[in-house]
Design a protein around this ligand. Structure first.
Ligand code: SF4
Length: 296
């Protein structure tokens, strides 16, 4: 799967760009170097997960994040949920959700402030269409839920997964609930990750009524460059995707070589402010167990 994913995202022939992008996925001996402050669960999610650990996270009063799959099309070397996504998997795991959705529904019904369900993972689109249909059937019918959100990287690394029947499921499901909002939050770190194939899929989501946003992680030797970030945010806006957050790296074990200091991150944002309209520069944030904190 990694070879296929790399082939999809390395659409450019520029070798330097290919190296920058592939650094995110190819294991490096640098990962073995111990680094102070880097841990297996930097967000302390195990402590805040309710129910079975790694199933769902209730960090903000109005949202619940459901770890709907422990699979991804790629294994990002800086993944904050490596403890979930780097597990050994069986074919059976690929076919069934890693979470007991009924338990999540019971939890939501007891917490009336929850209005939004975020399907994350891993990647929710590693679930089969049948399971995505099931998931929509279960959660759209809860009256208090106003928004359904998917977090995904599969769209840029494995666009062929998004087949016609998936979009039929979305159209038919959301048609029954016109007052509910559909959101898709992509994870894109480099402008060249946005291929023609990925754009075709993004437009299909838009046709189904999805609002599309993008989260980016600031990564050393991948995208810690003013020109690259400028190109990325401009390209996103051009294609109707809102740059949502620029994340400081989560201090997960084995990822210290990707860290950009906060001081340098601020300098990058300040330079971007000289070249881009402020409204297209996303907030530069750091995540913690209490939620996101804006740096600048
Ligand atoms: S796509 Fe997201 S969840 Fe999957 S390995 Fe990468 S960072 Fe982790």
């Amino acid at each position: 799967m990694l070879t296929k994913a790399l082939k999809n995202i390395l659409s450019t022939s520029d070798i330097k760009t290919q190296l920058r992008i592939s650094r995110q996925f190819i294991p490096s001996t640098k990962e073995l170097k111990p680094a102070k402050g880097f841990t297996d669960d930097p967000m302390h999610e195990k402590n805040i997960s309710i129910g079975h650990a790694n199933e769902f996270i209730h960090k903000y009063p109005d949202k619940i994040l459901v770890i709907s799959s422990n699979q991804c099309a790629v294994l990002c070397r800086f993944c904050t949920r490596k403890r979930v996504t780097y597990q050994n998997i069986s074919q059976n795991d690929l076919e069934s959700p890693s979470t007991d959705f009924i338990k999540v529904v019971e939890y939501i019904q007891k917490h009336k402030d929850i209005q939004e369900v975020i399907f994350s993972g891993g990647d929710p689109f590693m679930l089969s269409n049948k399971n995505i249909q099931k998931l929509l059937d279960i959660f759209l019918r809860i009256p208090q839920i106003k928004k359904i959100r998917f977090h995904s990287r599969a769209l840029t690394v494995l666009p062929e997964r998004f087949n016609t029947s998936l979009f039929t499921i979305f159209t038919d499901s959301f048609k029954k609930y016109p007052d509910k909002q559909a959101l898709l939050v992509l994870h894109i770190n480099h402008p060249e990750e946005i291929s023609k194939k990925a754009l075709d899929v993004i437009h299909k989501f838009m046709k189904c009524g999805f609002s599309i946003l993008c989260q980016t992680v600031l990564l050393r030797h991948v995208n810690d460059d003013v020109q690259l970030l400028q190109d990325l945010f401009k390209k996103l806006i051009y294609h109707g995707i809102k740059p949502y957050y620029l994340h400081q790296l989560d201090k997960v074990t084995g990822s210290s070589h990707f860290e950009v200091s906060i001081e340098n991150g601020i300098k990058l944002i300040e330079s971007l402010r000289n070249t881009l309209p402020l409204c297209i520069i996303p907030p530069y944030v750091i995540d913690g167990s209490q939620g996101k904190k804006r740096i600048i």
